[in-house]
Write a protein that binds this ligand. Structure first.
Ligand SMILES: O=C(NC/C=C/[C@H]1O[C@@H](n2cnc3c(NCCO)ncnc32)[C@H](O)[C@@H]1O)c1cc(-c2ccc(F)cc2)cc(O)c1O
Ligand SMILES: [Mg+2]
Length: 214
């Protein structure tokens, strides 16, 4: 039977990356997406901006919305301090399965918890199920029309504290207009746009970094 693109991406990691070396996993995926098949990973250019924000925030608790194949999950986790953790939500079981194997190849299982299911159901359960108080960093990279409702849900569930950082992918392409309008005009956020390019292309895209002011 025909393989899927995520399966072919996983095979590229297992063939070209060194077990236990997260950066080689990131490199293998970027090479696969540049040379073989485009895939919707945040990619190397926006990935460098992601790296700098993670390093600056030095988060202990991270939430990622939309794991896909685990590229950004591995990228973020490889920069976390020892006891820090990332919870990543993925509702497609096939993608979750691939992501777990990519994460295992990188040797980052201890820092990453892949939770299967829709963000709308899991966000309200974060405190009781995972003992999370608040998130230091949230990376939004799931369905673009869900960025705003899920941000409001995070606020309502008390999962953001003064200084929590939201970092959103694709605010230009495919675009998240309602989310951008909200974080840029709400008095509860201080927002900043990092101009870049759509992964593996010359099209414009960028990340929006928003600090929750409480
Ligand atoms: O569409 C894009 N990303 C979506 C990601 C979805 C992943 O996240 C999972 N997911 C979705 N909603 C939820 C959810 N909650 C919401 C539903 O309950 N809860 C949990 N998991 C969820 C999916 O199962 C996928 O694994 C994109 C497109 C382009 C693009 C640009 C230009 C082009 F021409 C083509 C494509 C570039 C990008 O960087 C992109 O991120
Ligand atoms: Mg994206």
């Amino acid at each position: 039977t025909q393989s899927t693109r995520p399966q072919r991406l996983l095979h590229a990691v297992q063939k070209n990356a060194t077990r236990g070396d997260p950066r080689s996993v990131v490199k293998a995926i970027d090479n696969f997406c540049r040379q073989k098949e485009w895939a919707m990973n945040v990619g190397d250019e926006k990935g460098c901006i992601l790296d700098s924000v993670v390093s600056e925030v030095n988060p202990v608790t991270v939430l990622e919305l939309g794991t896909y194949c685990g590229y950004s999950t591995v990228r973020i986790a490889s920069l976390l301090p020892p006891r820090a953790k990332i919870i990543t939500l993925e509702f497609n079981p096939d993608y979750a399965k691939i992501a777990r194997q990519v994460i295992a190849w990188a040797g980052l299982e201890d820092k990453i918890q892949v939770v299967e299911g829709p963000s709308g159901e899991w966000i309200p359960k974060m405190k009781e199920q995972f003992g999370v108080k608040t998130f230091d960093l949230v990376f939004l990279d799931h369905w673009k029309d869900r960025y705003l409702p899920d941000t409001k849900l995070l606020e309502d569930c008390g999962l953001l504290r003064k200084g929590s950082i939201l970092l959103a992918d694709n605010v230009i392409c495919p675009g998240t207009p309602d989310y951008l309008e909200y974080v840029r005009n709400s008095p509860r956020y201080k927002s900043q746009y990092f101009k870049s390019h759509l992964e593996y292309t010359k099209a414009e895209d960028g990340l929006e970094k928003s600090v929750f002011l409480g």
